[in-house]
Ligand binder design. Structure first.
Ligand SMILES: [Zn+2]
Length: 122
């Protein structure tokens, strides 16, 4: 009996988790793509759905992005150099593509792939 109710509870939990994920994916599709904007300095208040990119010697150097989960935190991304972590920006214009995925080690702990301006949650 206990094992049976435990199984039901686990099934309900996993169904709730799956539907929350579906809602998140659906919401993401309705939002504008995250676009690259070149900036001269670190933005004081980065705009949402925008990857602000600071160029140095004609190459992307640093990027700033408001976390797409809605927590409001600003994620700063190293886009050049040998130090880790470092991300590669596919194009310095238009919808943003970053490689590898962004995985926050603090705050909301969001983990996502940014491809063609779309957030794919991991
Ligand atoms: Zn977040």
């Amino acid at each position: 009996m206990i094992a049976w109710t435990g199984r039901i509870a686990a099934a309900v939990r996993s169904a709730v988790k799956a539907s929350a994920r579906t809602v998140t994916v659906w919401r993401e599709r309705r939002r504008p793509p995250i676009a690259v904007v070149i900036v001269d300095e670190e933005p004081g208040r980065p705009a949402p759905r925008t990857l602000h990119v600071l160029m140095r010697a004609g190459e992307p150097a640093v990027g700033w992005l408001v976390c797409p989960c809605g927590c409001g935190d600003v994620i700063s991304l190293r886009l050049s150099g040998q130090r880790s972590p470092r991300w590669y920006l596919r194009r310095a214009a238009g919808p943003a593509t970053l490689v590898p995925s962004v995985w926050r080690k603090a705050g909301c702990y969001s983990h996502f792939i940014l491809r063609d301006g779309r957030v794919h949650w991991c």
